[in-house]
Design a protein around this ligand. Sequence first.
Ligand SMILES: *[C@@H]1O[C@H](CO)[C@@H](O)[C@H](O)[C@H]1NC(C)=O
Length: 529
Amino acid sequence: MGQQGEREVLFTGDDIRRSCAQSPYADITVRKPGWTKLLILAGLATTIGSAMPVGYNIGVVNSPAVIIKHFVNESVYTRYEAVFDRHQLDFLWSCIITIFLLGGAAGSLCGSLLANKIGRKGALIVSSLLGIVAGILFLCSKYSNSVEMLLIGRLLIGLSAGLTQSVMPMYLMELSPLHLRGATGVLCPLGVTFGVLMGQIFSMYSILGNEQGWPFVLALYALPMVLCGLLFPILPESPKYLYVVKKEPQIALKVLTKVRDMNQEHLNDEVQELKAEESENDVENESWTIGRVLRDKTLLLPLLLVLILQAGQQFSGINAVFYYSAQIFASAGLSRTNSELATIGAGFCNFLMAVVSIPIMSKYNRRIVIQISLASTSFFLVLLGLATIYITLYSWMAYLSIIGVLGFVLCYGIGLGPIPYFIGSELFEVGPRPSAMALGAMANFGGNFLVGLFFPLMQARIGAASFFLFAGFVVFMFIFMRFYLPETREKDVTEVAHLCSKGFKSRPVAVSQLSIANTEEGLNSPLKA
Ligand SMILES: *[C@@H]1O[C@H](CO)[C@@H](O)[C@H](O)[C@H]1NC(C)=O
């Protein structure tokens, strides 16, 4: 037990042991499965090779925008003898930027299909292949003087990003034992924020974001993608997929014992869980398409929760704040380089919070974390809005706005950053899960796309008051989550799904509080109330 036990304390804390002691399986559990080599390897390989490239491609295009735009203009001129004015060039550039998000939305939808057809791991391999092709196109675009390659590359890397975001959290969570699912669930957002930071750093003018370097900086992410891709043959496929979807119980159990590094007799709870999900899945002979998930009334509430959290993460204005932050820092009196560095600092805070959120996700309940995160996020958005409006009146308002930006990034990072990515895995049973996760990831890309499209217009019309709109949306989310988000941490998915099955008439919160109040009765008959 020795080392394993120490690691558990590090990641899960005492309260989990307590809740485990109360679990009906407590007497069977000899030693809890933990971070085995294979699980760590899967986590590392997908975080660096799949999630990081997603963020990288978000962060990399801001700094060298002017330089790449110049290339685009020259290219259409020398190739098609088309002379673009500023507006046409801006339009073409925003197409190159946003086609990534459209690709992301499409990729997320394909994610569910692929995850069930060729498996979770298979879908991640397809995502890596798409990403590598995109990298080659970026590398060649300058030398073959082709804007088309740039466009197609952005579309492909968008598809790849969408696939990754809908499949990777599901893959890792299905691979993990119950008490580590929160931790592995945040690896995807962790990798994404790390990628954003890397993209921001490498694309600085003095590093690679210049006339000679830009094709390389655009393609750089493909390197870790290739290296981690080489590990795929030894990574395990999700046992849950093999058991429930593929109906290969023998292979599934073999993989499970390998991933847990334990004999099968010690994995009773998990095998029971797989069997339960399978029989549940068998009752429904029709397969879970996206259309069916949308029509099913018992899934209405969990679906809304996922969609609102995913789209809401973007409607909180996180990307608008990042876009605005350089300007805010500059108006606080920082020089150009310094405000560039301060923006990277904000990116660093964002990443740091993603790291901090790993122990937070395994120690604290989802409900309380998301409520604190939403309440404080809306506070800092209002602060940021007010400070930006009055920035010309009082000079100290500039510092207040810096506090607004940093506070926003920190509070966003505790809950609103990580939770939306994996909450779908905790709300949906394995049958409808891929479709629900895919719709969620699509809502995230769609929200990002809408904010990218409308924020410049909003900013032109109402200026810094746009932040109040973001704050308003966050307050709406706060209310909705307070009433309807059930506690999902370390809960059996089947139980959670039952709590939410009555649409808006569900009272998931009342029941879960009751089951905390009198644990024994609550566990045995959570639905009697
Ligand atoms: C694009 O290039 C053409 C030809 O070199 C030039 O006349 C035009 O001003 C450029 N447009 C922009 C927006 O830089």
